[in-house]
Design a protein around this ligand. Structure first.
Ligand code: PLP
Length: 432
């Protein structure tokens, strides 16, 4: 067998791998962040918060500076930093005044915290299906999930682009609901000229290590509503100890937490936010290169960006049609992984299928809050309630995580080569 032949045999079948070395890990952290962090460390004040009604209730100088910078960047009245976006989601749901047994409609195609933030307040997540091209909440499915107990819709800007906020807003207004945008994966994405996350009543972003920009852990809430902002700041910092001195009269959900982000993280965040636009641009360039290289492979559907919107590519989401490829998505995935392509996945959560929801065991062992007198109906998490999301997971979804590596031109060319090699050999792939 000549070298040429050997190179054209799939790595899955003992041939040579297309990608022989691991790519460099993605890191947006540079000298600027090192300097900013060490200045804070040298100052000795790593956090300046006090959990009582005082000047320091809103945090120290870096917290303030980062929040004002976020307000400018996102064009919102209030930006509120928190120690994770999971905390941010909890604060958002609580601030809306969601009560035990109330329902919040959410996508099953998201990170688990979107839904547990609802459960946190003993409210009930109701899963609505997604659009099969953008993977975001399908407004038609949302409307079908509305009940007399529905209080809010949690839209997830999943993978890097916004949910259909105009359509969701129309539904929300018609039924008197609020909207939360979980924009963890789409900071800087545009929805009809406006930044994703800023069109909801409350939106926000994650600053964890895997996101476009990061501070290790962290999150930022955004809103234009003064009262909601106030309530989120209270939940962030021990509300119950502050309400009296601050003269707060609405005590609903005013049991607070410590969701405070420190001075070091905020100093790093200030430098990170300056880099967001160029980082987004580089991912868009990489995604365009991928799309050009992968176009025309039969049965492979490339990412779709909603009309009049932009995509910031946390994940590059493809779909495989096994009827056209003649072999399952899972087998193709195996072949691509064997070629050395890192960052591919066939799975994304169908949250309703997690044991938590299937068994309805969250608080204690007796099914609280589902099986209790705070609820007024049985909400179903049966397989089949979100057919689009389930089918994507079971048969067609193929995601490529853009947050794993620095996207170099030559590396993307190798990824394209690996795909082409697998596609050249589709007839040699046999399902187990
Ligand atoms: C990352 C992420 C979260 C959670 O953010 P953390 O900062 O890690 O708590 C929530 N929702 C989505 C869609 C995410 O991607």
């Amino acid at each position: 067998m000549s070298n040429q032949d050997f190179g054209s045999v799939l790595a899955l079948h003992g041939g040579e791998k297309t990608i022989k070395e691991k790519f460099a890990r993605y890191s947006p952290i540079g000298e600027e962040e090192v300097k900013a962090a060490s200045e804070v460390v040298s100052s000795g004040v790593l956090s300046q918060y006090l959990g009582c009604w005082s000047d320091d209730f809103y945090g120290g100088p870096k917290v303030q500076e980062f929040e004002r910078q976020c307000e400018t960047y996102f064009g919102v009245k209030h930006a509120i930093t928190v120690n994770s976006w999971t905390s941010g989601l909890v604060a958002a749901v609580g601030a809306l005044g969601v009560e035990p047994g109330d329902e919040v409609i959410v996508s099953p195609w998201t990170m688990c915290a979107s839904a547990t933030a609802i459960l946190h307040w003993n409210a009930i997540p109701v899963f609505a299906d997604i659009e099969n091209d953008t993977f975001c909440l399908d407004p038609v499915a949302v409307e079908k999930c509305i009940s007399p107990r529905t209080k809010a819709i949690m839209a997830i800007d999943i993978g890097g682009q916004s949910a259909d906020l105009d359509a969701l807003r129309e539904i929300a207004d018609k039924h008197g609901l609020k909207i939360i945008s979980d924009t963890a994966q789409a900071p800087g994405a545009l929805y009809k000229g406006k930044l994703a996350g800023t069109l909801a009543d409350i939106g926000g972003y994650s600053l964890n290590y895997h996101k476009h920009i990061h501070t290790g852990e962290g999150g930022v809430l955004v809103t234009n509503d003064d009262e909601l902002a106030d309530r989120m700041r209270l939940i962030r910092n021990h509300a119950e100890a502050v309400v009296e001195d601050k003269g707060v009269t609405n005590l609903v959900n005013m049991l607070g937490h410590n969701f405070r982000l420190g001075e070091i993280e905020c100093a790093i965040g200030i430098e990170q936010l300056k880099k967001l636009d160029p980082l987004i641009k580089s991912r868009q360039v990489a995604a365009d290169q991928l799309s050009e290289g992968l176009s025309g492979l039969k049965g492979l559907k490339l990412p779709v960006t909603r009309k009049d919107c932009t995509h910031v590519y946390y994940v590059y989401k493809m779909m495989i049609d096994p009827e056209v490829t003649g072999v399952s998505r899972n087998k193709i995935f195996e072949a691509l992984v064997a070629e050395g392509v890192e960052g591919l996945s066939t799975k994304f959560a169908n949250l309703h299928l997690l044991p938590l929801y299937q068994k309805k065991v969250a608080y204690g062992s007796n099914g609280f809050p589902w099986r209790s007198d705070v609820t007024s109906r049985e909400v179903s998490y049966e397989k089949g309630i979100c057919p689009v999301a389930e089918d994507l997971h079971d048969t067609s979804y193929l995601g490529f995580l853009m947050c794993l590596h620095e996207m170099q031109y030559s590396e993307i060319e190798l990824i394209i080569q690996a795909f082409k090699k697998v596609w050249d050999n589709l007839d040699k792939l046999v399902d187990d």
